[in-house]
Design a protein around this ligand. Structure first.
Ligand code: ADP
Ligand code: AMP
Length: 216
């Protein structure tokens, strides 16, 4: 059992790798982005509040995302949690450390997925996901086998995200470098950081992450 943070800019491949860990190791994916999109779709007050902020590519408030994680972290998991897209600020990182202590858990690894900014536009603008099972695809590098049909669950509900545009990506990247990239130094200083090459093929990235988890 391991609790791991996947850290990297939008398009680094966090969601893709998280799904593989869920399937392969019985881990639970905690994606604050997915939770916020769910709140938006189900029309909750919080969902309405964050919709514009998310569409612009800015971060939502620390209080909201810390609250979302707090709700989930108490559940039992055989394999551990994968934090995907959380924490994104130093305040969130401190809150996570506190929550883990309070629930008698620990953080086992932080995996920094290193990519060149130059690939991110192509990755983000080509991304689509299954609205039913959240499988992640790409127009050129990972299309569905049958056009319009999810390989995993057979759903025809394939979607593109409102913030997966070149324009919103500029803001998302700026937010990443201003507010999230300091976490690399933060976890390095705590001796918890491992870096993997996020530019490698999906399989090779998965192998590199497996090595990090297995050597703890
Ligand atoms: P994140 O969750 O970090 O924003 P995703 O996992 O959604 O990133 O990946 C973004 C896009 O890049 C998706 O369309 C995905 O299919 C593609 N992708 C993910 N990992 C790789 C990889 N190692 N090589 C090429 N494309 C990838
Ligand atoms: P993601 O799905 O991780 O790319 O997140 C999509 C959007 O949700 C981000 O651009 C933010 O607006 C919001 N978001 C997701 N996770 C967080 C977080 N930990 N802190 C603040 N905002 C977040």
């Amino acid at each position: 059992m391991a609790n791991v943070i996947l850290l990297g800019p939008p398009g680094a491949g966090k969601g893709t790798q998280a799904k593989r860990l869920v399937d392969g190791r019985d881990m639970i994916q905690l994606s604050t982005g997915d939770m916020l999109r769910e709140a938006k779709t189900s029309g909750t007050e919080m969902g309405r509040k964050v919709a514009d902020v998310m569409a612009r590519g800015e971060l939502v408030t620390d209080e909201i995302v810390i609250g979302l994680i707090e709700e989930k972290i108490a559940q039992n998991t055989a394999g551990g949690f994968i934090f995907d897209g959380f924490p994104r600020t130093l305040k969130q990182a401190d809150a996570l450390a506190e929550l883990l202590v309070r629930t008698g858990q620990r953080l086992d690894a932080v995996v920094e997925m290193q990519v060149d900014d130059a690939v991110l536009v192509a990755r983000i603008t080509g991304r689509y996901t299954c609205g039913n099972c959240a499988a992640v695809y790409h127009d050129t590098t990972r299309p569905t086998m049958v056009e319009g049909t999810c390989d995993v669950c057979g759903s025809h509900d394939l979607r593109r995200r409102a913030d997966d545009t070149e324009e919103a990506l500029k803001t998302r990247l700026m937010e990443y470098y201003k507010k999230t990239s300091p976490l690399i130094g933060y976890y390095y200083a705590k001796g918890q950081l491992s870096a993997v090459d996020g530019l490698a093929p999906v399989e090779a990235v998965a192998d590199a992450i497996a090595k990090v988890l297995d050597k703890r």
